[in-house]
Design a binder for this molecule. Sequence first.
Ligand code: HEC
Length: 145
Amino acid sequence: MRIKFAAVALIPFAAVFVLRATVHAQPPTKSIWDGVYTEEQTTRGKALYSQECASCHGGELTGGEMAPPLAGGEFMAGWDGLTIGDLFERVRISMPQNAPGSLSGQQNADILAFIFSSNKFPAGATEMPKEAGILKQIKFEVKKP
Ligand code: HEC
């Protein structure tokens, strides 16, 4: 009886896994250069960044004693060819390092908008959504395609 219950309980997890794998399998259809966040989002993100991230990553995103920079060549090169969704997930799961997972999806999206703006990627007319699956369709690329 117990084993049967455990198997049934696992079904939703399996379904989510399959869904994620499917989304991930599709190649990104958009680029970070397409204007994937708004100026307004950047303003919100800047305030959140100051509160939640600047103590370690620096007020100018140049990094700190332990924390790496979140702007500039080294940061850009590290994410080149990956997707915005990958970066979103990285932050969602592991940051802020002293309280991982404490921020909402909306807050993380706003902070990412600020980081993209600081890296000179263009703003656009539509807010960046907070769904990792959608963000995995947007490629992070250093060079404008
Ligand atoms: C208590 C210090 C601390 C705070 C606060 C913090 N971070 Fe970090 N962060 C780190 C350290 C240390 C690393 C490198 C080690 C690691 O990956 O855990 C890191 C790594 C990262 C990386 C990976 C960088 C790369 O290019 O590989 C990202 C992105 C990031 N942090 C974003 C954020 C964001 C966004 C916030 C605010 C919501 C934040 N961090 C808050 C300490 C911190």
